[in-house]
Design a protein around this ligand. Structure first.
Ligand SMILES: NC(=O)c1ccc[n+]([C@@H]2O[C@H](COP(=O)([O-])OP(=O)(O)OC[C@H]3O[C@@H](n4cnc5c(N)ncnc54)[C@H](OP(=O)(O)O)[C@@H]3O)[C@@H](O)[C@H]2O)c1
Length: 309
């Protein structure tokens, strides 16, 4: 995909994303002729506010551990995923690192994200935690490093991350689970604007206010739990089933396409190889404006993970 400068107005961002999806679809059509199911080239990229390109679709690793994690991530890379999302608190950075090694892929082709946990907040601890993360992943640098939750000394953590960014150890720095007020408070003392805010978002919690705040601020929204982990019957939601049926797609693909058309990066997780491939095949159809309005109406502005708040 052509890169999408975040400084452009929202409407242009979305149009460019849609346009670039067409090129990606061509790459996928190749897949139907019996070649690779989805090539890395098929995943559109978005240009973050510091110029770094990030895939619009990636692979989540929450709750995947040990051999299952290594096998799942290695297979995800083989299937065409290039963005891998991990975190210290998932206790799987070593397994993700082993998968990257096993895949044999050129490091430069990957976009690896990890996150600093609450216990490691503050300038000194953040620096130590970052090095530990790199060591576990067996990497020399990260593409994206996030403050996992807005707790503790986030200003100290951010200062450490700014320095690591300037030193070339992290290509982009960002936040996770920050609301607009927490974002504004951090920015009052920050030199660098976050490139990304990773938040819970899916059809039941659409975070429209957050999106409306982030987009003009050129902070890219990234969806964790893009399927809401299937809670509240999302995979069998009749409205989503109708829209999916109309396009000859699955509900999972419809949800991922919806994220993409909103300009939101999604990182679905799957321990099932068929699901992993299904989730990559979203570039050959387009939700209509009416489909988008119908899905917008499913919003209940309600978290499906109240136990985490
Ligand atoms: N920053 C944060 O605070 C935070 C919090 C939570 C998660 N995350 C990140 O976001 C990622 C995604 O969120 P998540 O893992 O919680 O949930 P999710 O991606 O919304 O849902 C994962 C569930 O969806 C199922 N699934 C995947 N593809 C499917 C398909 N095509 N058809 C039917 N079912 C399908 C998976 O089952 P199968 O395994 O059977 O396919 C799994 O049970 C995480 O892995 C993690 O990297 C970040």
């Amino acid at each position: 995909m052509s890169s999408t400068p975040c400084s452009r107005p929202a409407a242009i961002n979305r149009r460019s994303l849609l346009k670039s999806g067409t090129a990606a679809a061509a790459a996928l059509a190749f897949g139907r002729l019996g070649r690779a199911v989805a090539t890395a080239a098929a995943i559109p990229q978005v240009r973050l506010n510091n110029g770094v390109s990030m895939p619009m679709l990636g692979f989540g690793t929450y709750s995947l551990r040990g051999d299952l994690c290594t096998e799942s991530v290695a297979d995800a890379i083989a299937a065409g995923y290039r963005l891998i999302d991990t975190a210290k608190v998932y206790q799987n950075e070593e397994a993700v690192g082993a998968a990257i090694k096993k895949s044999g892929i050129d490091r430069k082709l990957l976009f690896v994200t990890s996150k600093i946990w609450v216990d490691d907040s503050g300038y000194d601890k953040a620096k130590l935690a970052f090095q530990e993360t790199l060591d576990k992943l067996q990497l020399e640098y990260l593409d994206l490093y996030l403050i996992h939750r807005p707790r503790g000394d986030v200003n100290g953590s951010w200062r450490a991350m700014e320095e690591l960014n300037a030193a070339g150890k992290i290509r982009a720095i960002g936040l996770s689970n920050f609301d607009p007020a927490q974002y504004a408070s951090l920015m009052a003392a920050a030199k660098t604007k976050p490139a990304v805010n990773q938040v819970e978002t899916h059809p039941i919690l659409q975070e429209k206010v957050e999106l409306a705040t982030l987009e003009p601020a050129t902070v890219r929204m990234e969806a964790w739990a893009p399927f809401g982990e299937g809670r509240d019957g999302l995979f069998t939601n009749p409205t989503l089933q109708t829209i999916a049926g109309k396009h000859g797609k699955t509900v999972a693909q419809t949800m991922l396409r919806w994220h993409y058309q909103r300009g939101v990066v999604a990182i679905p997780r799957s321990s099932n190889p068929a699901h992993r491939r299904e989730n990559l095949a979203i570039w050959d159809f387009q939700l209509t404006p009416e489909d988008m309005r119908t899905i917008a109406a499913l919003d209940q502005n309600r978290s499906l993970f109240p136990e985490w708040t």
